[in-house]
Design a protein around this ligand. Structure first.
Ligand code: PAN
Ligand code: ZN
Length: 191
């Protein structure tokens, strides 16, 4: 008779529990330069949590052939008229792809190619998003509750934050007249 064992990782009541789970917390004070309305930013408590990520990192970072799994919890909120969002990144190995899927709440996945063409996809419970090679990705919460989404990416993908930190995305997701609008960024540094 062969053994049937319990898994060592659970996704239960919205939480990832088990071995090799690591949690990252991103507060307003950790996100310098992310939001463009500095006057509004200065009115927000720097310890306000914008998002948390729980990841199951079973593999060694950089190993080819493995996968990582993470759940992001993005809080509702705005800085001025710009929605709370993740930093956003390209993968360090630029051709590495990723799945995102919506779990709870609502928002927009903002995608940008290397020529800085941007588009947005709505995220909602059950939505599935395949992020192709060479595409920077960021999520903004457009709702009034936590937006949580899953992610699965190759363990050799890595994260490149520098390009986005320096040049941003070419569009920002703002609430204008009560609607989420992906507006061209005024900081177009590629001109
Ligand atoms: C996700 C992201 C997560 C947080 O797991 O890392 O949503 O966003 P930032 O990394 O941009 O802060 C992912 O895309 N992994 O590759
Ligand atoms: Zn990614």
């Amino acid at each position: 008779m062969k053994k049937i064992i319990l898994p060592n990782i659970y996704y239960s009541n919205g939480l990832l529990i088990g071995n090799n789970v690591e949690k990252v917390v991103r507060k307003i004070k950790d996100l310098n330069g992310l939001f463009d309305d500095e006057a509004s930013l200065n009115k927000i408590d720097p310890d306000t949590i914008v998002y948390e990520v729980s990841s199951h990192l079973e593999e060694k970072e950089g190993r080819e052939g493995g996968l990582f799994f993470g759940i992001t919890y993005l809080y509702p909120g705005k800085v001025g008229n710009e929605y709370f969002m993740t930093k956003g990144h390209y993968h360090a190995k630029i051709d590495r792809t990723e799945y995102y899927w919506g779990i709870e709440g609502e928002g927009v996945l903002i995608l940008m190619d290397e020529d800085r063409n941007v588009c947005g996809e709505k995220i909602f419970p059950g939505s599935l998003h395949y992020i192709k090679s060479g595409i920077a990705h960021r999520v903004a919460n457009t709702g009034t509750q936590i937006l949580s989404f899953g992610a699965c990416w190759p363990s050799d993908a890595g994260h490149c934050y520098d390009t986005i930190a320096k040049n941003g995305f070419s569009a920002r997701l703002r609430e204008i007249n009560g609607t989420a609008v992906l507006e061209d960024s005024k900081k177009l540094l590629y001109v």
